[in-house]
Design a protein around this ligand. Structure first.
Ligand SMILES: [Fe+2]
Ligand SMILES: [Fe+2]
Length: 274
């Protein structure tokens, strides 16, 4: 019998790193991924478990509430771009620096075009996410705090603070890593949801398409990989504008913390899948 190779997070990220020209940044990314192998295995294991049976609605309410808290970070992206724009506005005496900061802000903001539905008739990723969740739960009650998982709320807060409160490089490293990580996670998730639906649900093709559109939207046209590269551009514009060095140790630490905190969310989701 032919065994189907399931996608793995590391093998989805590694090929994309060949386009990273900055060798030190590439090393920071690879080190973070190898140091946090255990965290990655927790995440993959949870998606694996999701495919094994038809789950009660309650389980899905926890899943979709928590998973949403780890994605859909438009507000944080907007906050980070606002900070860069504000810095630019303060540089009216230095048009070169002002221009670079505005470009850093614009490149960072580019990561939210699809989420906001630009070029998609205003259809937001939030709407697509609700279509996914409501294929498995009968109403929108999964959005209530009652179904939230503290670790997922903590993750959302971590991302928001990193991008809106902490220093700008931490914000950009966070946005950057979330894009490359999401590319891989959505690849794993698409495979898991397809397997779950095919094995345990009777969706007609149109229903299956509507269910998985949210995940697929991040993979077609390599959306998340493009986002990853525009955040690198943003970082380079920022470093040039500020005449400052990129802090690669801080980058690696930020990437590792991101994975560790994400794994904590998946550990809790895993406990709900039983
Ligand atoms: Fe999105
Ligand atoms: Fe993205």
């Amino acid at each position: 019998m032919k065994t189907i190779q399931k996608p793995r997070i590391f093998s989805c990220i590694e090929p994309a790193l060949q386009y990273v020209k900055d060798r030190q940044l590439k090393t920071a990314l690879l080190n973070a991924l190898s140091n946090q192998e255990k965290a990655i295995a927790t995440i993959e294991g949870t998606f694996g478990k999701l495919t094994t049976q038809k789950w009660p609605e309650e389980t899905f309410k926890f899943f979709f509430n928590a998973w949403k808290a780890t994605h859909l970070k438009m507000l944080a992206i907007y906050g980070l771009s606002c900070r860069l724009q504000r810095m630019a506005l303060e540089e009216s005496d230095d048009p070169g620096k002002q221009h670079e900061l505005l470009l850093a802000a614009a490149k960072n903001a580019e990561t939210s075009y699809e989420d906001l539905g630009l070029d998609f008739d205003g259809e937001t990723h939030t709407k697509l996410y609700h279509d996914l969740a409501e294929s498995f739960v009968s109403d929108d009650s999964w959005t209530l705090d009652k179904w939230s998982i503290p670790e997922a709320n903590a993750f959302k807060e971590f991302v928001y603070r990193n991008m809106v409160v902490e220093n700008i490089q931490v914000g950009l490293f966070t946005n950057m890593f979330s894009e490359i990580y999401n590319h891989a996670e959505y690849t794993v998730a698409l495979s898991a949801f397809n397997e779950l639906i095919d094995a345990h649900y009777d969706f007609v093709p149109d229903e299956k398409k509507k269910t998985t559109t949210y995940i697929f939207a991040h993979l077609e046209d390599e959306t998340e990989l493009n986002h990853f590269s525009v955040v690198i551009d943003s970082l380079n514009y920022y470093a040039k504008a500020e005449n400052t060095a990129i802090d690669y140790e801080l980058a690696q630490r930020t990437f590792e913390t991101y994975l560790l905190k994400m794994a904590r969310v998946f550990e809790q989701i895993n406990l709900k899948l039983s």
